[in-house]
Design a protein around this ligand. Structure first.
Ligand code: RM4
Ligand code: MN
Ligand code: MN
Length: 432
């Protein structure tokens, strides 16, 4: 492969020229509206420029369902090509300098070389992710009946060692956290002894915990169901919180938005974990029915806003132990993954900035007085403010695109990658 097409900064600036007129108009108007409420628009732009969310390496490939995967053109074929795509997302939206890796999907032959490749593109590595929910070619023992909680200690050993290997790779990459999500559970009543399985989980997790460097954290990710359909070992935030507390101060609870029963009040779970000093961070996505892994903000944007309302409230009140890691965890089946990830990153910034618009003193007053209507009105006022000009200005000020999708499309990046990356028959780029 002789060439590696990249979108250059000059092209982004040129494209921005096409949008500058409307942006200036809209920005000035919004600045006036906010000034009336004593809000300084520049402070919100600065907040937006600071916002960061990590991109999942597994998200830049086309995802699939349990039924099929419809490959897209120019898909990345290895971790280097995935990082190229992550670099493109970062160039355009500027809020995504970190990439979260999944091992062994992205296991590098030479982690130091990969780190340098990332660094050259302004990228670094966020939390590592282990995979003991499927068997790999040549793997000695199977995870069919569990991994960290398997009845056979030899399988548990293999799963623990895999997690420790992820940490070792992460150390070379400069990562500072390790996320553990296991698929362990049962499909039938009676298949699994609930208490014994959780005991085994804790015993295994303790070994992983002990392998963490001093400045690392471990993120425990719960999920209601799937792949197990009757019972799951780490099924909810309560179990996750118990385990994180048992493990110690470096263990935290990660909230994947798709891992709850429909209609669960996730913003309240977030608030609880903040209050208990155990919120690890997020896998952002959206869902209608289950762990759909749809684009953040595509189905329930108000819920996303309410979650950020809790996060910003914690930020402004300097809550103890509050240092959440924001990551996306999505599966892009029918869209261009780069476009979906850019739009999702923007949706998170939107919710973050909107949450900063909440008039907190007035909200507190309404709460104290039992004025439910006014409390909701205050939240809705922030949620319905179109902060797009703030987000676009923040991107432009940091060298990104005013309109990331339009600029990406105009660059013909995907067509160029399709030429550079001839499809491989067995490619399994996304979540299948
Ligand atoms: C799981 C969970 C994990 C992700 C895998 C691919 O449902 O969300 O975070 O690593 O999917
Ligand atoms: Mn997840
Ligand atoms: Mn998931």
């Amino acid at each position: 492969m002789a060439t590696h097409f990249e979108i250059d900064d000059g092209f982004i600036a040129e494209q921005n020229g096409n949008s500058r007129n409307w942006l200036e108009e809209d920005y000035d108007h919004l600045a006036r509206v906010l000034r009336r409420k004593n809000v300084d628009i520049d402070e919100l732009v600065a907040k937006s420029e600071e916002f960061r969310v990590a991109v999942p390496s597994w998200g830049v490939g086309t995802g699939g369902t349990r039924f099929a995967r419809f490959a897209g053109p120019g898909e990345p074929r290895d971790i280097y090509e995935k990082l190229e795509d992550c670099g493109t997302i970062f160039k355009l939206v500027r809020s995504t300098p970190a990439v979260s890796l999944h091992i062994p999907w992205d296991k590098p032959d030479d982690p130091a070389d990969l780190r340098e490749f990332a660094r050259a593109r302004g990228l670094h590595f966020d939390a590592m992710n282990s995979n003991t929910f499927q068997d790999q070619p040549g793997q000695k023992l199977s995870y069919k009946f569990g991994s960290l909680t398997h009845p056979d200690p030899a399988v548990r050993r293999q799963a623990i060692d895999h997690n420790i290997e992820c940490i070792e790779i992460g150390k070379v990459l400069g990562s500072k956290a390790h996320t553990v999500w296991i698929g362990d559970g049962g499909n039938f009543p009676g298949q699994m002894h609930f208490r014994r399985a959780l005991e085994r989980y804790l015993e295994s997790a303790r070994e992983i915990y002990n392998a963490l460097p001093d400045d690392w954290r471990v993120f425990l990710e719960h999920k209601l169901y799937e792949p197990a359909f009757y019972s799951t070992v780490i099924n909810d935030w309560g179990t996750s919180y118990y385990c994180a507390s048992e493990l110690g101060p470096k263990a935290f609870c990660l909230v994947d938005l798709g891992h709850h029963a429909p209609n669960v009040n996730i913003e309240m779970i977030v608030s609880r974990l903040i209050q208990f000093g155990k919120l690890a961070g997020f896998h952002f996505n959206d869902s209608k029915y289950g762990d759909d892994d749809l684009d953040a903000g595509s189905i329930k944007p108000f819920q996303l806003f309410l979650i950020f309302n809790e996060l910003v409230d914690a930020e402004l009140s300097s809550a103890a132990n509050f240092n959440p890691a924001y990551m996306l965890d999505q599966s892009h089946n029918v869209t261009d993954p780069i476009e979906s990830l850019m739009v999702s990153a923007v949706e998170l910034s939107r919710a973050y900035v909107q949450a900063h618009l909440v008039e907190r003193d007035a909200l507190c007053e309404a709460q104290e007085k039992g004025d439910a209507l006014m409390a909701l009105t205050i939240l809705k006022r922030a949620f319905t403010t179109d902060v797009s000009p703030i987000l676009a200005t923040a991107r432009e000020r940091s060298g990104g695109a005013i309109d990331p999708v339009a600029t990406y499309r105009a660059s013909a990046y995907r067509t160029r990658k399709d030429e550079e990356r001839p499809a491989q028959a067995s490619i399994a780029a996304g979540i299948v």
